[in-house]
Design a protein around this ligand. Structure first.
Ligand SMILES: [Zn+2]
Length: 95
């Protein structure tokens, strides 16, 4: 299993996500450490930042580009820390 994870590491390194997805994150639940983290989204696999396992379940996609566009179009930029704080809470609390 560990070898497979490291192979995924290599695959992901050699296949970076397109620029338009660079700001996209995923909220994952790790089956190995039960941690809940926000990690950079990759279509191949999502790695738990706590235990480096790929044995994870994707809970939610967090697209900063979409959030920024939504905030800009509604003119509610002051409320954006809310959205950012949400992501940080998940990353800090779970792992
Ligand atoms: Zn984990």
């Amino acid at each position: 299993m560990e070898t497979r994870f490291r192979n995924l590491d290599l695959l992901i390194q050699t296949q970076p996500m397109p620029v338009e997805f660079r700001n996209t994150k995923a909220v994952i639940l790790c089956n190995d450490c039960s941690g809940k983290c926000t990690v950079p989204y990759h279509w191949l696999a999502l790695k738990c930042i706590a235990c480096l396992s790929y044995n994870t379940v994707k809970l939610q996609i967090v697209d900063r580009n979409l959030e920024a566009m939504a905030a800009a179009s509604s003119g509610m930029q002051d409320s954006q820390p809310d959205a950012l704080g949400y992501g940080n809470d998940i990353g800090g609390g779970g792992c």
